[in-house]
Each structure stands twice: as C-alpha cells, then as structure tokens.
Design a protein around this ligand. Structure first.
Ligand SMILES: [Zn+2]
Length: 185
C-alpha cells in the first residue's frame, strides 16, 4: 500500500527522522481520532521544556518513525533523553537544543487494521521540514489538550481568534494523551 512520508529533524541537522504514514489513516480505538492526529498542548511541562506558550505535537505509532542520528566523527549521538515525569521521556538534541519526541511508557492503544496494540509517540510539529508542514491534512492540529493548565490570557487569545473557524474553534480537552480517555473541556 502506498504511504506518505513526513520528514523532520533538529536545527543543527544531527538528528533527523521520518514518519511513514499509511495511505489509509487508522482510527484510534475508542475515539473519533484518526492517526496521525495533532494537538496544541497547554500543559505546564510542555510550556517549560519548549520555552513557549504551548507546544504542538503530531501523535503517531512508534513503528512509523525512523530516527537517524549522524554524530560528528569521534562523537556519540547528541540525542538526549530525560524523564520529565514518571514513565515519560522527552528527547532533544544536545547540540542545538531542539525538542523532538515525547514517549510515555504505558500509552499503548489499538488502532484499526493492526492486531497488536501500538505505542503512540509525540513528535514536535515545529521540527518538521517545510515540505512536510505543507501537508496540512496530516499536520494541522485538531484539538487543544491540557486546556485546564493553559495560561488564561493565551486561552483568551484562542477564544477571540477566528471564533469557530480558527484554532479557538477546536475541541478542547481538560487533560492530555491526545484526547484519549480525556474529558472535553
Ligand atoms: Zn541538533
């Protein structure tokens, strides 16, 4: 079956990745979300680790991702993983600081068309290459998560921005995990 490839990497280019997206997008069991789906994340940890008002993620099964690290001669890979909360690992480039991945140990889910459960990994949307960012149907956020943790004036900006048409009109979830097992806000 043909697939579509999303590509990205860190600012300095040492770590790159590709995401192999199948032609038919699978449904995440027990939700109305297809994979990949993209979120605007307002949680405290994402705000601090990204240094920005909020973070934006594309959630994909781990098996779709290929990571390539090309360290300079004589050096080890600069991809740094650290535990940002129990059972959660975030990765960034230790040379240029670009944040790339978020992995939660116990986030396994059934998706349509695959027998085994898959583990979802979040990839920072901002680290995608421009050509990949142009694939709007795959990379445009469809929801806000951790809405309860958002900065109130930032949330006000979303509310006033474009009303129902803009990002302010997206579904909002109180907590995270890409809206899986999360209440709507
Ligand atoms: Zn880098």
């Amino acid at each position: 079956m043909p697939s579509r490839i999303l590509k990205g990497g860190c600012f300095c280019g040492e770590t790159t990745y590709s995401i192999n997206v199948p032609e038919t997008l699978p449904l995440l069991e027990g939700t109305t979300h297809h994979s990949p789906h993209c979120v605007i994340d307002h949680c405290d940890t994402c705000r601090r680790t990204s240094g920005s008002f909020f973070h934006a993620w594309i959630l994909v099964p781990e098996s779709w991702i290929t990571i390539i690290s090309l360290p300079k001669e004589g050096e080890n890979s600069k991809l740094v993983r650290f535990e940002s909360s129990p059972h959660v690992r975030r990765s960034f480039c230790g040379r240029c600081g670009t944040h790339l991945f978020y992995e939660k140990e116990d986030r396994w889910i059934k998706i349509s068309g695959i027998e085994e459960k898959v583990r979802l990994v979040d990839v920072t949307i901002g680290s995608l290459d421009e050509e990949s960012l142009a694939q709007v149907d795959l990379v445009k956020p469809s929801m806000h998560v951790w809405w309860k943790d958002g900065i109130s004036w930032v949330k006000d900006m979303f509310a006033s921005e474009g009303g129902k048409k803009g990002f302010g009109g997206l579904r909002k979830y109180v907590s995270g995990d890409g809206g899986i097992n999360a209440e709507e806000a």
